[in-house]
Design a protein around this ligand. Sequence first.
Ligand code: PLP
Length: 418
Amino acid sequence: MAAEEVKWRFKPNKAVNTASDITIRGVLNAIMSALEPSDARPVIPLGHGDPSAFPCFRTSSAAEDAIADAVRSAKFNSYSPTVGILSARQAIAEYLSRDLPYKLLPDDVFVTIGCSQAIEIAVTVLARPGANILLPKPGFPYYEARAAFDNLEMRHFELLPERGWEVDLDKVESLADENTVAIVIINPGNPCGNVYTYEHLKKIAETARRLGIAVIADEVYAHLTFGSNPFVPMATFGSIAPVLTLGSISKRWIVPGWRLGWLVASDPNGYLRKTKIIESITGFLNISSDPATFIQGAIPQILEKTTEDFFDKIVNMLRESADICFENIKEINCITCPQKPEGSMFVKLNTSLLEDIDNDLDFCLKLAKEESVVVLPGSAVGITNWLRVTFAIDPSSLADGLKRMKTFCKRHAKKQKY
Ligand SMILES: *Cc1c(COP(=O)(O)O)cnc(C)c1O
């Protein structure tokens, strides 16, 4: 039979495309394709969050040794238990308990394929029919993509730039109803680069308690702070409202390719167990895959043996870059930074000062084309006419990139009218 006579029955699952349209990668790809190949200058990538390609951001030697030791031990060649190997769960529980008023147990910890899989699990287990989830705006679009894929209704609350990107708690109260299951908090913030105070986190927990909902705390940037606010884990308030803590070694150890993260029930009163959410998490893990066993096997050494020197070096480099960024951006008229960044850099774009630039996406496309500099438009993270400038790159490239941005803004500045 000729091929054209066959009626093929398969069609793509549209839910996949709908969800994948929401990702940062899609927007960045569009901007990358605007780059002008004839520009001989190197491309300056200030759009993505992966500094691991730069030699100055190499991971700790303790982490590299841990992986080599785990492989050579030949103890980690088998399948992993679906929840993660015990030594990894134990080590993660101890690592996180250092900053908490109570002790986490290995049973509270689920080892995941990066923080991304932890997000996937948290969103999926809560997505019963009719439920809704509260998400920050701006935020991290992977939550939107997963919620869309799971048919979980999303309701957005604003983060307030004039209040250091704090959660608009009045809005949260007004959005929630009896079908609300959780609120997502990203701290330290991405894309805003803010760090929440102890008091604000406590208020969030109290609000969650009043509403009877869980807190999903995305702490993938935990401890990567260099401003005045220290990092406080949401789990500190786990006895007020149950917290699902999500994290990974991707950012703090600068190894996003190692794909190791965790989902932790920070819930000393056991509400997540009583309501069978934990059972649902283990159920989910039975029908998905696990991080490579030798990476899990290396985790105890990675967490215990990496010295403060390494973390200090990274944080100091980021602080220096943040300063370079902050000072240079001050000199660009059409861009303002509401506060000195404590994490990444999120700045406001004033298109009214520019000629022939419609909005943030247009700005980013033209900047890529004319200056070979890539930055992320705020519209990709839920808020238009902002820009996320990632400064975790080597200082000379950063300075070069900012100089080109300045030139670009000057070239497109509205001419003074008299
Ligand atoms: C990078 C990032 C993640 C994903 O972390 P992985 O460990 O690479 O999967 C999750 N949430 C936020 C806010 C991030 O910036």
